[in-house]
Write a protein that binds this ligand. Structure first.
Ligand code: AMP
Ligand code: ZN
Length: 474
């Protein structure tokens, strides 16, 4: 089936066809490692991870590059504040970033280039831009001349005149046009610097991403992603730099995610309304946080609050419980009409899931399809005590593959589910012991086991088929 994605470049949905059918090349703007990432940043990374996983599910090979910005004003200021070197700062927070994305089950990029390790490549790119007449040097600074790049503004829709008006607010007399942007910044005391043909200095932020993307993915890449704040100026400037150098399209599909908000406002460092991934993980498991972050379509805002988080938790639990229930259902040899009906329902759900994801990665609809599948499994298990083995394994495989697309792990390594399994096993041990006691007519201790379990909300019921148990919610 055809995958359609909303391309910010052109602002419409388009069929996704990679340049090279054997490999999709994808670049995602990574974090500036001056602090822990917050869950707004995590939304951007989880969304990109789901795109990557779905492409793989559809049979594409994906090469995924995501950078680490380890030199800019924020890095310089924070290192000063903390009294450590910029390298140390970068080390601390890039380690923390990897820990956080690992917890959220975000696959590690194939390459994670760091800005400070690509200064020579950036200098070379800037030299080319100067040589081609797209950039000019003033007192050790180098600026990109946006008037020389005719298509400037094609991504954001900002026309050059409007940009000039806007940029006039902070006039930099060194620039020819107020909206020109820095490719290289001359060294100032107290700042780190690298030697260059224009004197000591450091690269601008935009040249970092286009240079590293092209180094690891080639002149034209398929997908470029980031939060919508990056459309302008960051991605607009990346296009200008890259295309001025090569004369070729830089990125063919631009995907941008909407905000994660708090009380309707963008979560951001500067507003101070942020929650780090670390702090959020004190409120819920990483699986629930991840599931919450994909509970809205990536181009819709998503508001973070306790109710929404609880809701995500409940829905995830429903999915996991259904898979576990099916997993635990004993097998029989012959298949019944009901087995076949269940399989049909599951295949139908899978189709709905794929349709949703093919329509610009509509995760909330895809999740609804999964919930429908979970319901079908539950209705089946309510009336069937066994299931034919091959059908069971097929359904489990379908369900597990779809959960994998969303990055949801349900098997033993998942803490909640592992806890559930331990709990089940423990209760069945207690039930066995109690049965033995009842056989020996030791009612007193048998009743004590039942009463103690009830006091923690586990209800035992003795039925002709043996002792059953359930959890009382109140
Ligand atoms: P930064 O380290 O600030 O460059 O951010 C890393 C990524 O997180 C970028 O793609 C940002 O656009 C994205 N981002 C930042 N804040 C939010 C937010 N509140 N909601 C969604 N994405 C965000
Ligand atoms: Zn970038």
């Amino acid at each position: 089936m055809v995958l359609r994605v909303f391309n910010t470049l052109g602002r419409r949905k388009e069929e996704f066809i990679p340049l090279n059918p054997s490999e999709v090349r994808m670049y995602v703007c990574g974090p500036t490692v001056y602090d822990y990432i917050h869950i707004g940043n995590a939304r951007a990374f989880v969304v990109a991870d789901v795109v990557r996983r779905y492409l793989k599910y559809k049979g594409f090979k994906v090469r995924y590059v995501s950078n680490i910005t380890d030199i800019d004003d924020k890095m310089i200021n924070r290192a000063k504040e903390m009294g450590i070197s910029i390298q140390e700062l970068g080390e601390i927070y890039s380690n923390a970033y990897f820990e956080d994305i690992d917890k959220l089950n975000i696959e590690r990029p194939d390459v994670t280039p760091r800005a400070t390790q690509h200064i020579p490549e950036m200098i070379e790119a800037i030299e080319t831009l100067i040589k081609k007449g797209y950039a000019y040097v003033v007192d050790g600074d180098v600026y990109f001349d946006i008037s020389r790049f005719e298509e400037y503004g094609k991504l954001s829709g900002n026309r050059a005149e409007a940009l000039e008006m806007g940029a006039r607010i902070e006039v930099n007399p060194k620039k020819r046009n107020p909206a020109d942007f820095a490719l290289w910044k001359a060294w100032k005391p107290g700042e780190p610097g690298w030697h260059s043909p224009w004197g000591k200095g450091r690269p601008g932020w935009h040249i970092e991403c286009s240079t590293m993307a092209q180094k690891y993915l080639g002149e034209t890449i398929d997908i470029h992603m980031g939060g919508k704040d990056l459309i302008f100026p960051h991605h607009e400037n990346e296009i200008a730099q890259a295309e001025a150098i090569t004369g070729k399209t830089f990125a063919r599909y631009w995907l941008h995610n909407e905000w994660l908000t708090v009380g309707g406002e963008k979560m951001s460092k500067s507003l101070g309304n942020f929650i780090t991934v670390r702090d959020a993980l004190k409120m819920c498991s990483p699986e629930v946080l991840r599931f919450f972050l994909i509970s809205a379509h990536y181009r819709s805002p998503l508001d973070f609050n306790e109710k929404a988080l609880k809701n995500a938790e409940r829905r995830l639990e429903r999915l996991i419980n259904a898979v576990e229930r099916l997993h635990d259902l004993p097998e029989r040899e012959d298949e019944t009409a009901e087995d076949r009906r269940l399989l049909l329902e599951i295949e139908n759900g899978k189709r709905k899931f794929e349709e949703a994801m093919d329509d610009d990665f509509n995760t909330p609809l895809a999740i609804s399809a999964l919930i429908g599948m979970a319901k079908a499994i539950n209705s089946y298990a309510d009336v069937n005590e066994k299931i034919e083995g091959r059908i069971k394994r097929r359904i489990l495989k379908i369900f597990t593959d779809l959960l994998e697309v969303l990055g949801v792990r349900w098997e033993a390594e998942m803490e909640v589910s592992y806890g559930n399994r331990l709990l089940k096993d423990l209760i069945s041990i207690l039930i066995d012991v109690r049965d033995e006691l009842r056989k020996r007519r030791d009612w007193k201790i048998a009743d004590r086991i039942r009463d103690r379990l009830r006091s923690i909300g586990i209800i035992l019921e003795d039925t002709p088929k043996g002792t059953k148990w359930r959890i009382s919610r109140k």
